[in-house]
Design a protein around this ligand. Structure first.
Ligand SMILES: Cc1cc2nc3c(=O)[nH]c(=O)nc-3n(C[C@H](O)[C@H](O)[C@H](O)COP(=O)(O)OP(=O)(O)OC[C@H]3O[C@@H](n4cnc5c(N)ncnc54)[C@H](O)[C@@H]3O)c2cc1C
Length: 400
C-alpha cells in the first residue's frame, strides 16, 4: 500500500522544524503537523525567551538556512558567565578565554529562531505544513505508521517523529516511560533596563528556593544596559510578580537582584512557564522516534534544551540519510538505534548532573542544604570540572 508521506513530524516547534530543515534534499515527502494556526507558526508571538546558543548550534541553524533570517541586532554575544551561591562571595566564573574563539555563545530571541526556521522550510515542495491540527494517535500497521489527526483524518507514513513538547502525548500513547519532574516552580522572564553595564556577562544567583539570572542583551541606556531577567520562583510568587504594574515590578526586581546591575525597570512584557523536566526511557520504537523536549526536556536554567534538540535532530537526520543511502527503509531499525544511542550518550550524564544541582537549589534554606550547595559550587570550581563545564557550554556535542 502506498504511503501518504515518508515521514510525519508531530510538532512544528523549533526542533521539529529544524529536523525538517536538515532533511532538505533527501528526496523524502514530509508532513509537519502542529495544532497552532498557520499565522502563529509563520509569525510566532514574542514569548520573552532569549535562547543561549553555542557556536555549533549557530552553525546548524546556518546550514538549515535559518540563521540569516534572524536580524543581526537581535543577536547578543555571551562572553562571560558567573554563578553565585546565595549571599556567599564565592563564585564560579567562565571566561570567554575558556571557549575556542573568545565567545561562550550567543543569545537569540526564541520567536525569531522559530520564525526563521519556519521560513526556511515552509515554502519547500517536499514539505506539507498541516497547521491547526494535532496528531492524536499512532498505530503501526505492517510497512506503515498510521497517524490519526484531531480533524479526524488519518495519514500513513514510514516513520512518525514526535517533537510534541516535554509532556509528549505521543510518548505516552506509545507507552514509552519518562522520568518527569514537576518542580512546582515557574520560570518568569522579562526584559529589563538597568543603570549599570552587564559587561556581556550572564549571571546566575542561586538563592535559597529561587534562582535569579540575568542574560546580557543589546541596547538599553548608554551608561547602563538591557538584560533578560529570568527568575525561577514558587508559582504563587511568580503569579504575584506577574500581577504588579511596571513601576512596582521595577522596584521589586531591583530589590531582589540586590541592585547588582543598579536600578532596574521593566522594558517589555512578562511571561511565566511551569518548570517541568523530562527524560524518556527510550527515544525510538518501531517506526517511531522522539525528538526535542519530548525526548530530553532539560531544566530551562541550564540553557541547553534547544542546543540538545539541535544536536538530536542532527543525529537523527544523519542516521536517516545514511540508511537511505544504503537503500534501507526510512524507519530502518539500525538507524533509529544509532540515533538513540548517540543522543543518549550526549545527554544522559549532563541531564542527571543538572537535575541533581537544580533540585538542590530548588529546596529551601536548611543548614544541610546550604552546606551541600556551597560544597557543590566549590567542587565545580576544580580545574577539570571547570574545563568540562566551559567546554559543554561552548559546544555540547564535542566528541561526536
Ligand atoms: C524560559 C525558557 C528559557 C529557555 N532558554 C533556553 C536557552 O537559553 N537555551 C536552550 O538551548 N534552550 C532553552 N530553553 C529550552 C527550549 O526553549 C526548548 O528546549 C525548545 O523550545 C524545545 O523545542 P521543541 O520543538 O522540542 O518543543 P516545543 O518548543 O515545546 O514545541 C513543541 C511543538 O509541538 C506542538 N504539539 C504539541 N502536541 C502536539 C501533537 N499532539 N501533535 C502535533 N504537534 C503537537 C506544539 O504546538 C509545539 O509547537 C528555554 C526554555 C524556557 C521555558
Amino acid at each position: 500500500m502506498a504511503r501518504d508521506f515518508d515521514i510525519i513530524v508531530a510538532g512544528a516547534g523549533p526542533v521539529g522544524l529544524a529536523l525538517v530543515g536538515s532533511l532538505a534534499g533527501a528526496g523524502l515527502r514530509i508532513a509537519l503537523v502542529d495544532p497552532q494556526p498557520a499565522a502563529a507558526l509563520a509569525d510566532p508571538a514574542d514569548d520573552g525567551r532569549e535562547i543561549a546558543l553555542t557556536d555549533r548550534s549557530v552553525g546548524r541553524e546556518d546550514a538549515i538556512g535559518a540563521w540569516a533570517g534572524i536580524p543581526a541586532d537581535a543577536v547578543a554575544p555571551l562572553r562571560h558567565m558567573r554563578v553565585l551561591n546565595g549571599p556567599s562571595h564565592y563564585a564560579m566564573h567562565f571566561g570567554a578565554g575558556e571557549g575556542t574563539d573568545g565567545r561562550l555563545g550567543r543569545f537569540a530571541p526564541n520567536h525569531w529562531l522559530r520564525r526563521a526556521l519556519h521560513d526556511a522550510v515552509a515554502a519547500r515542495a517536499d514539505v506539507s505544513l498541516l497547521p491547526g491540527r494535532s496528531v492524536t494517535s499512532i498505530r503501526v500497521e505492517g510497512r506503515a505508521a498510521r497517524a490519526v489527526l484531531s480533524d479526524g483524518k488519518a495519514l500513513s507514513a514510514g516513520l512518525v517523529v514526535a517533537a510534541d513538547t516535554r509532556r509528549s502525548l505521543l510518548r505516552t500513547q506509545q507507552r514509552i516511560p519518562a522520568a518527569l519532574h514537576d518542580y512546582r516552580q515557574s520560570m518568569l522572564v522579562c526584559p529589563v533596563e538597568h543603570t549599570l553595564p552587564h559587561g556581556e556577562t550572564a549571571t546566575a544567583w542561586f538563592e535559597y528556593g529561587r534562582t535569579l539570572v540575568t542574560l546580557p542583551l543589546n541596547g538599553g541606556p548608554l551608561d547602563g544596559g538591557r538584560s533578560s531577567a529570568v527568575m525561577t520562583l514558587d508559582r504563587a510568587d511568580a503569579d504575584a510578580l506577574l500581577a504588579l504594574d511596571d513601576r512596582a515590578f521595577g522596584v521589586e526586581v531591583s530589590r531582589r537582584y540586590r541592585n547588582r546591575l543598579g536600578a532596574m525597570r521593566s522594558a517589555g512584557a512578562r511571561h511565566a512557564v511551569p518548570v517541568v523536566t523530562a527524560y524518556a526511557q527510550r527515544f525510538v520504537a518501531h517506526r517511531f522516534a522522539l525528538l526535542g523536549d519530548a525526548a530530553v526536556g532539560m531544566h530551562p536554567t541550564t540553557a541547553h534544551g534547544f542546543n540538545f534538540g539541535l544536536l538530536g535532530q542532527h543525529a537523527l537526520a544523519s542516521a536517516l540519510r545514511a540508511a537511505l543511502d544504503r537503500g534501507a527503509d526510512v524507519a530502518d531499525p539500525a538507524a533509529l538505534r544509532r540515533y538513540e544511542s548517540a543522543h543518549r550518550r550526549e545527554t544522559r550524564l549532563f541531564f542527571a548532573g543538572a537535575e541533581a544541582v537544580m533540585r538542590l537549589y530548588a529546596v529551601g534554606d536548611s543548614l544541610p542544604a546550604r552546606l551541600l550547595r556551597d560544597a557543590a559550587l566549590r567542587l565545580g570550581n576544580l580545574p577539570p570540572l571547570r574545563h568540562a563545564l566551559a567546554a559543554r557550554m561552548h559546544d555540547p556535542d564535542l566528541g561526536i
